[in-house]
Design a protein. Structure first.
Length: 57
C-alpha cells in the first residue's frame, strides 16, 4: 500500500504562522480532498509536500 504522510508541519512567513502542527495522510487508491477557507494554508501545505517550499524544522 502506497502512503504519503506528513506530520508536525510548521510554516511561517515572517511573524505570520501559516501552518502549525499540520498532519496529513494520503493512501494510494483512494480519493482525497483538502478543503478549507481562503487563507488557511492549503496551497502552502501542498508546496511543502511537493518540495517547492521549505518547511521549518
Amino acid at each position: 500500500m502506497d502512503v504519503l504522510e506528513t506530520n508536525s508541519v510548521t510554516l511561517s512567513y515572517g511573524v505570520k504562522t501559516v501552518i502549525s502542527g499540520g498532519y496529513m495522510k494520503l493512501v494510494g487508491g483512494h480519493i482525497h480532498a483538502l478543503v478549507g477557507r481562503n487563507g488557511y494554508g492549503k496551497s502552502s501545505l501542498m508546496r511543502v509536500v511537493f518540495g517547492t517550499q521549505a518547511a521549518e524544522w
